[in-house]
Design a protein around this ligand. Structure first.
Ligand code: NOJ
Length: 534
């Protein structure tokens, strides 16, 4: 018996980068009060849950994923009271809010690290220290372009410290019960402001053990189960969303429950990103061949009935190519990132629209897959209007430029003379052309297409909750599948190729055109898609 679906299983998420969204005080940085002013845009689009990127005090070496104080808000973004006000304002519009919980590491400016360097109790053992940098050699380096090692020497303490990301982000020692407890206290503080849960950052790396790759260890899962038990006891409506950039079979344990029986409720994370399907959507589109998507979904284990995948096309990071073969990665780089500046670590630092040559048909096609494949869709801010990127900016900042609200100076984002990052102003993607006001006024815009997708998605629970069954077709360009739930079936057709594809369909209703379809052959034009309900 499946339990009543819970809110997150049918949610439409929006990834909101506060710094980029709206500047309310003219200092050139987006802030929490500014985000409040723009919430109506998201409610109007149909979003039901916001995911806020980190807003903590931070030196911003990793844009806030380097936390200097877990109990505050960065001065550029506002105050803790502003944070509470944003959550309340979202709730008032029927939207939930989750925020990043960065557990694996802090900033090197965090007082815990400063005390630990000086071996001060009780922080002496809060980080992972070693006399040698020859430990845990099987652990890969993630920020490959910047960091030569996961160990950095600290001259104050006279030891090396462990870090899976930038050297300015020392890893916390999760073998220390005080660290484990500290994270519960942090979660409690933010939940007290009304949050609906957390996107838990970088969870595979919490614990290290010699002779392993230090990812997905049983000890890490044991701690995460404790975190879930704590959340369930104190905040039973809240969710934990797992960020584990891993193969589906390695993500499966993060849901908990029983791997052989999906009716056993999950007891670790409610949700998990499906990382490997994402690059395969781009691969399948470029090749005009459904195989990569069908294969990865076929290799995706079933998850407990109370859990849900999260699907995304792009996010604030590089489009990661960690979950593809080396050959595929080089192919993806050649096809999607021909210039060196478009590449970063094992990925591609570009936005959705430029990746797809700003071809409206391809942008709609991938969005259609975002809303019809299993898993809750997450829209990255700006992708609802097809924003561009700036490959001349450092690191991942090129995909984090100011939101383009209108055609006025600074795109309506800010009154300041100087912004945290330049607004995109080129001929194709510039704010003068690509902005919210213009797209709202044009019923044929991408914004309105996505709005229709969201409305249709919400009207039919099969898209959120239904089983998935791929259909065969002689043309590899046709990606066709059914989503079935409680006697309703949605037939989803996608033409990944540049030529027309004909496909036989039964009687039904076209959900997007809101028109009946009679049994027979339909013709899908290049990059065409249909959602047919029977
Ligand atoms: C994943 C986040 O998405 C990314 O932006 C960050 O750099 C790393 N975790 C480290 O916190």
């Amino acid at each position: 018996m499946s339990p009543v679906p819970t809110w997150y299983q049918t949610a439409v998420f929006y990834e909101l980068y506060v710094r980029a969204f709206q500047d309310s005080n003219g200092d050139g940085n987006g802030d929490l009060r500014g985000a409040i002013q723009r919430l109506d845009h998201l409610a109007d689009l149909g979003v039901t849950c916001l995911w806020l990127l980190p807003t903590f005090p931070s030196p911003l070496v990793d844009d806030g994923y380097d936390i200097a104080d877990y109990f505050g808000v960065h001065a550029d973004y506002g105050t803790v009271e502003d944070f509470r006000a944003l959550v309340e304002a979202a709730h008032a519009r029927g939207m939930r809010v989750i925020a990043d919980l960065v557990m694996n590491h802090t900033s090197d400016q965090h007082p815990w690290f400063q005390a630990s360097r000086r071996r001060e109790a009780p922080y002496d053992d809060y980080y992972v220290w070693s006399d040698t940098d020859q430990k845990y050699e099987d652990a890969r380096i993630i920020f490959l372009d910047t960091e030569p090692s996961n160990w950095t020497w600290d001259k104050v303490r006279g030891q090396y410290f462990w870090h899976r990301f930038y050297r300015q982000q020392p890893d916390l020692n999760f073998d220390n019960p005080a660290v484990q407890q500290a994270m519960f206290d942090i979660a409690r503080f933010w939940m007290g402001l009304g949050l609906d849960g957390f996107r838990a950052d970088a969870v595979p790396y919490l614990i290290e053990r010699e002779g392993t790759n230090c990812e997905n260890l049983p000890e890490t899962h044991a701690y995460l189960k404790q975190l879930r038990a704590f959340m369930d006891a104190e905040y039973p409506e809240a969710i934990l969303l797992c960020e584990a950039n891993q193969w589906p079979e390695d993500v499966r344990p993060y849901f908990g429950g029983d791997p052989d029986d999906p009716t056993v409720l999950g007891d670790e994370f409610h949700m998990g990103f499906h990382f490997p399907v994402m690059p395969r959507l781009y691969m399948a589109l470029k090749r005009g061949d459904r195989t990569p998507v069908v294969e990865i979904m076929g290799r995706t284990p079933s998850i407990p009935v109370n859990c849900q995948w999260c699907m995304f096309l792009r996010n604030h990071d590089e489009l990661t190519l960690e979950m593809v073969t080396e050959e595929e990665r080089h192919w993806m780089w050649r096809e999607y990132a021909p210039e060196a500046r478009m590449r970063l670590n094992l990925g591609i630092r570009r936005r959705l629209a430029p990746l797809l040559d700003n071809d409206r048909r391809k942008i709609e096609l991938l969005n259609s897959l975002l809303f019809t494949l299993p898993g809750s869709p997450i829209i990255y801010y700006g992708d609802e209007i097809g924003m561009g990127d700036d490959i001349w900016l450092h690191d991942r900042n090129g995909v984090r430029t100011p939101m383009q609200w209108d055609g006025s100076a600074n795109a309506g984002f800010s009154d300041a003379d100087s912004l945290y990052a330049p607004v995109i102003s080129d001929e194709v993607f510039g704010y003068q052309r690509v902005n919210v006001v213009a797209q709202k006024a044009d019923p044929a815009s991408l914004y309105h297409t996505l709005r229709r997708f969201i409305a249709a998605y919400k009207s039919q629970p099969a898209l959120a909750l239904g089983d998935l069954r791929f259909l065969d077709h002689p043309d590899p360009a046709l990606l066709a599948f059914e989503r079935s739930y409680e006697g309703k079936t949605v037939l989803c057709l996608h033409n990944l190729g540049e030529h027309d594809v004909r496909v036989a369909v039964p009687d039904g209703q076209d959900m997007l055109a809101d028109a009946p379809v009679s049994a027979g052959e339909v013709s899908l034009p290049a990059y065409g898609y249909r959602w047919l309900i029977q």
